[in-house]
Design a binder for this molecule. Structure first.
Ligand code: NAP
Length: 263
């Protein structure tokens, strides 16, 4: 046996690390941002609206005894993301961790979908993740301390959701999974790990949009665990992939789907 040099619980400790989370004002991004703080990180909170839940997220982070920074930025803007990363590093320190959770969802039959509906979603869900990773990795490459990035994809990037007409959403999430693997390989020899998480149906504001509310029962019955995920259940996978516990993981897509993709 090789020498035992690490204590297992300590592998998940993020103390002293600086993180940035997009989509931190709501849902999965909000809960993960709080979870990173509860594991010791200081967290820059990015969302597109100043009236979003950023203040609420910051309040929970303060309760955890960590620092946060509220930043209004649209992930579709390279300049805005560069500015967000610059302010993070100026106020909190060298960026080491990032979670890119900002995203939207909507539905329309493929044959009826307008070009701008397709394009707007692709710009946020796919180009936005690319621009976020680009800004984050530029900082990580420059300071040379390494980094770990987690992109929030979806099981919709792996399967097609029965009854949901969302060809653009499904394609965007398949794109996030493969983009994450591609970036992981570009930076594999420069200290940056890139992984993705693919949640199954998760109870967040995204799932209260009108065309989905009546389908909640279907989502539950289609899922082997017979329920949607609680947003808290996304924290552990994110902490794992970001932390030293996953030091040999890069280019992984971690399905967190209650077994959905097994059937
Ligand atoms: P959510 O509650 O709507 O949170 C998403 C947040 O991202 C919102 O605050 C949203 O602001 C923000 N955002 C949207 N576009 C943005 C932009 N261009 N720039 C900056 N911020 C932006 O949704 P969620 O369910 O937590 O989803 C988070 C991620 O998980 C998404 O990528 C989603 O696709 C993915 N996901 C969700 C589920 C699920 O079942 N909920 C399942 C699989 C994957 P607005 O409120 O203004 O739009």
């Amino acid at each position: 046996m090789s020498q035992i040099s690490l204590n297992a619980p300590g592998l998940f400790d993020l103390s002293g690390r600086i993180a940035l989370v997009t989509g931190a004002g709501s849902g999965i991004g909000q809960r993960i941002a709080i979870g990173l703080a509860q594991c010791g990180a200081d967290v820059a909170l990015v969302d597109r609206r100043t009236d979003s839940g950023l203040a609420e997220t910051a309040g929970f982070i303060a309760q955890a005894g960590r620092r946060s920074l509220q930043l209004s930025a649209d992930v579709t803007s390279a300049a805005a993301m560069a500015e967000a990363v610059a302010r993070t590093q100026a106020d909190l320190g060298p960026l080491r961790l990032a979670v890119n959770a900002a995203g939207i969802a909507n539905a329309n039959p493929c044959e009826d979908m307008a070009e701008d509906q397709y394009q707007t979603l692709m710009d946020i869900n796919m180009k936005g993740v690319w621009l976020s990773c680009q800004a984050e990795a530029r900082a990580m490459l420059a300071h040379g301390k390494g980094g770990s990035i987690v992109n929030i994809a979806s099981m919709s990037g792996v399967i097609v959701n029965r009854g949901l007409n969302q060809v653009h959403y499904n394609a965007s999430k398949a794109g996030v999974i493969h983009m994450s693997k591609s970036m992981a390989m570009e930076w594999v020899d420069r200290g940056i790990r890139v992984n993705s998480i693919s949640p199954g149906y998760t109870a967040t504001p995204m799932n209260t949009r009108p065309e989905m509310v009546h389908q909640t029962k279907d989502f539950e019955s289609q899922t082997p665990m017979q329920r949607m995920a609680d947003v808290n259940e996304m924290v552990g996978p994110a902490v794992f992939l970001l932390s030293d516990a996953a030091s040999y993981c890069t280019g992984v897509d971690l399905l967190v789907d209650g077994g959905f993709c097994c059937w």
